[in-house]
Design a protein around this ligand. Structure first.
Ligand SMILES: [Zn+2]
Ligand SMILES: [Zn+2]
Length: 324
């Protein structure tokens, strides 16, 4: 059985708390996810490796579940220290590289959603702070769905599970029925389908505004895929190890179905995503505005795809109304 060790790395956030990264101490020694670029994370990672009899320079390979800062922030540093090869799903590239097209498209999505100047300023400020939590990658290799990462005595299989992030990927050890699940399935937390700009022609683009992904549609499809996997344990990016992943999948399905119904009730004759975000989440602060807007937009777009809501855009602003 492939040994998979968990190391907890601290984050400055109460929610979702520490991020869990995983080490497979077999040849080639592999780190799955890499925490934030903070002194606390660096020393916790070095200490965790030491307990396994390893040092940073022993790491030969880094597999990233997705390019959110808490998972990829230190990958560039590990690469510098060890010369390890870093692997990432290509759908995460725009975000990981902070590509100009990605930022411009994100700003267009925010503007169309009706985000006002104050909202933009809040989101942008936290974006800058977040950037400091990432050491840029010097280079990376693309992960393909189904790709096998071989070890001396086992393998991990890449399972593309998009929705929380466009290129979100789990790593499955079929022999021991364990899935390193990133942020797709979390105990006690419902992962946010975070807004994702896409390049023209992306197969999962929102049909009525193809500059972003239909994130909730992807997420629900990935739930079906995860439920079909023969898995005894999900080793998550945050929170407890999950031993009944189909129960978590079912809970998420119910949550999103309720949110879709609840949002539909509020649409009436036409609302903007930002208006709805302010109304539904009046207490949120800072970067959570972006997460809250992502949540609302993801549900609105899926309502349109389901034929339950109507989308229109006038003078650059989008509105959603209920189909009666
Ligand atoms: Zn994440
Ligand atoms: Zn995370």
């Amino acid at each position: 059985m492939l040994p998979i060790h968990q190391i907890a790395l601290p984050t400055p956030w109460e929610d979702p708390g520490p991020v869990y990264v995983y080490v497979v101490p077999r040849d080639p020694v592999t780190l799955i996810d890499a925490g934030l670029n903070t002194p606390e994370c660096r020393s916790a990672l070095a200490d965790g490796l030491k307990r396994l009899g390893l040092e940073l320079r022993d790491i030969r390979r880094v597999l990233l579940t997705h390019a959110h800062v808490d998972h990829c922030g230190l990958a560039g540093w590990v690469q510098e220290q060890s010369g390890a090869e870093v692997y990432l799903h290509p759908d995460e590239a725009g975000k990981a590289e902070i590509a100009p097209w990605w930022q411009e498209t994100r700003d267009r999505i925010l503007a169309e959603a009706g985000v006002d100047e104050g909202g933009f300023a809040l989101i942008e400020r936290f974006w800058h702070l977040n950037r400091r939590l990432v050491v840029p990658l010097q280079g990376w290799q693309p992960i393909a769905d189904g790709q096998l990462f071989e070890f001396d005595g086992g393998s991990l299989e890449a399972v593309h599970l998009p929705g929380h992030a466009l290129g979100h990927t789990g790593f499955l050890d079929r022999a021991s029925r364990r899935l390193i699940g990133g942020d797709h399935l979390l105990d006690g937390i419902t992962p946010n389908p975070i807004l994702e700009p896409v390049l023209p022609g992306h197969p999962d683009a929102v049909p009525h505004d193809p500059i972003r992904a239909l994130t909730l549609g992807q997420f629900l499809r990935s739930l079906d895929r995860a439920a079909a996997l023969d898995v005894a344990e999900v080793l998550p990016g945050h929170g407890n190890v999950i031993r009944d992943h189909r129960t978590v999948v079912e809970r998420y399905r119910v949550t999103h179905s309720r949110r879709l119904d609840g949002l539909l009730q509020r649409l009436g004759g036409g609302r903007s995503p930002w208006e709805l975000t302010r109304e539904l989440y009046p207490q949120v602060k800072g970067f959570d505005h972006f997460l809250a807007l992502s949540e609302v937009l993801a549900h609105l777009d899926l309502l349109v795809v389901q034929g339950r809501a109507h989308y229109s855009r006038t003078a650059g602003y989008s509105r959603y109304r209920a189909v009666i």
